[in-house]
Ligand binder design. Structure first.
Ligand SMILES: Cc1cc2nc3c(=O)[nH]c(=O)nc-3n(C[C@H](O)[C@H](O)[C@H](O)COP(=O)(O)OP(=O)(O)OC[C@H]3O[C@@H](n4cnc5c(N)ncnc54)[C@H](O)[C@@H]3O)c2cc1C
Length: 386
């Protein structure tokens, strides 16, 4: 008999403080929009890299929100943070500079890093001035991370790192990367012998080469480590603990509202354009999208609540990302279908710009952070089906 597990997705109520916080973020965003500090964009959490904007958010206390005060954090709950990030995403604000540090690398260092690492790195992350890249994928290792080849070899005082990372978002503008590396041969378990290290990207032995998108945007990189010296103090946690750390990280990486809000500015623009349309079937399509969005938000909030309690909902996070990224694409498909009938309508220009961004970035939605095929495998395992 197949043992079918039940997903742990309880309904969540946001705390009262969240309402005030939401008002603050909205008022900040209104002001920034009025100042012309940004234009709403699709996928701005990955493509909208603005150091001044991230610093402003840091100054407002909107980065490192859940971290201890002693490391520059603000000791707010995960659900309060959720409200802030969903507002930023819904506005299409340029949050890419600090996004990875705030979502992933800060929490990783907080859980597994040394006191020295926490003191050295977390305060600047929380100020919105320290930017971090993810160094997981390699030319021969994406879905199967245990195949990575970047190699740490012990030397006096630390390690020598040799190897290559691929698709490293924003690495050309970040100060640091957390790189998953092989510190020992795998043996019978390929997940063993992996270690996370902090790499200073300004080191002259680190070579960062651009991989351009087809419109010329520079977002991705190929990062080569030519015998980079990694001091022992830059190893995160224990040697060989990398797989466990990465698996934990992925629940944060996969479950947040960025996994279904990347095309929200397009959805908002589309619904504004169709508000007074006589084509009720189009309005019905928008209504269906909005109701799906609402369900996804509830699922994602439930995962945030579990993470807030310190648990690691790997399967639920995979479910949110699979369904959420398919939704992001669906928004683009509906927008593409109705785009021709929008011509000449006021607001059409910004709609077309958002649509172009969504089309261009769309292929990555279901690939980055783990492809949907891989996620479904995780969900199937969680259900006891494999
Ligand atoms: C926009 C974007 C940003 C990214 N940013 C980063 C970053 O900052 N840092 C980083 O490290 N990586 C980053 N990546 C890389 C991303 O994580 C990998 O592309 C992804 O994990 C897939 O790996 P791969 O490209 O090697 O494809 P492969 O693993 O080669 O997969 C190719 C195809 O085979 C399928 N497949 C593979 N294995 C299985 C299986 N066991 N069962 C079923 N199907 C399978 C996959 O689903 C996919 O369709 C980014 C990718 C994108 C698109």
């Amino acid at each position: 008999m197949i043992a079918v597990a039940v997903f742990n997705l309880e309904a969540v109520r946001l705390p009262k403080e969240a309402n005030e916080l939401r008002r603050q973020v909205r008022s900040f965003l209104r002001q920034e929009l009025a100042n012309g500090s940004f234009q709403p964009a699709c996928d701005a959490w990955l493509g909208g890299f603005s150091e001044p904007f991230s610093k402003k958010l840091g100054d407002m206390g909107f980065v490192g929100m859940t971290w201890p005060r002693e490391y520059g954090g603000h000791e707010r709950s995960g659900l309060e943070r959720y409200v802030v990030i969903e507002e930023l995403l819904a506005a299409g604000a340029p949050v890419a500079a600090h996004w990875i540090a705030d979502r992933q690398m800060g929490p990783l260092i907080l859980r597994h890093g040394s006191t020295e690492q926490k003191q050295r790195f977390l305060p600047d992350m929380a100020k919105g001035i320290s930017y971090w890249a993810i160094g997981m994928s390699e030319p021969g290792a994406g879905s199967d991370l245990s195949a990575i080849q970047a190699r740490l070899t012990p030397v006096d005082g630390g390690f020598r790192l040799r190897g290559q990372k691929l698709w490293s978002s924003g690495a050309h503008r970040c100060q640091y990367m957390v790189a998953l590396c092989r510190s020992a041969d795998p043996g019978s378990d390929r997940h063993q012998g992996l270690t996370n290290v902090i790499v200073d990207l300004s080191d002259s032995a680190v070579e960062i080469r651009p991989i351009y998108l087809m419109n010329g945007e520079h977002h991705f990189n190929e990062v080569t480590f030519n015998d980079v010296f990694i001091p022992s103090a830059m190893v995160i946690g224990e040697l060989g603990d990398g797989w466990r750390q990465v698996t934990e990280e992925l629940a944060y990486e996969r479950s947040g509202p960025e996994r279904f809000l990347s095309t929200f500015p397009l959805l908002r623009s589309l619904s504004a354009l169709l508000k007074d349309s006589a084509e009720t079937y189009l309005q019905r399509e928008i209504a269906m999208l909005v109701s799906e969005l609402w369900s996804l938000r509830q699922m994602s909030l439930s995962v945030a609540a579990i993470l807030n309690l310190g648990d690691n909902p790997v399967v639920e996070a995979a479910l949110v990302k699979d369904a959420g990224t398919r939704f992001e694409r669906k928004v683009t498909e509906v927008a593409e279908r109705v785009a021709r009938s929008m011509e000449g309508l006021p607001g059409n220009d910004s709609f077309q710009t958002l649509l172009a961004q969504a089309i261009l970035h769309g292929p990555g939605f279901t690939i980055r952070g783990g492809t949907n095929e891989i996620l479904r495998g995780i969900v199937a395992r969680g259900l006891g089906l494999r």
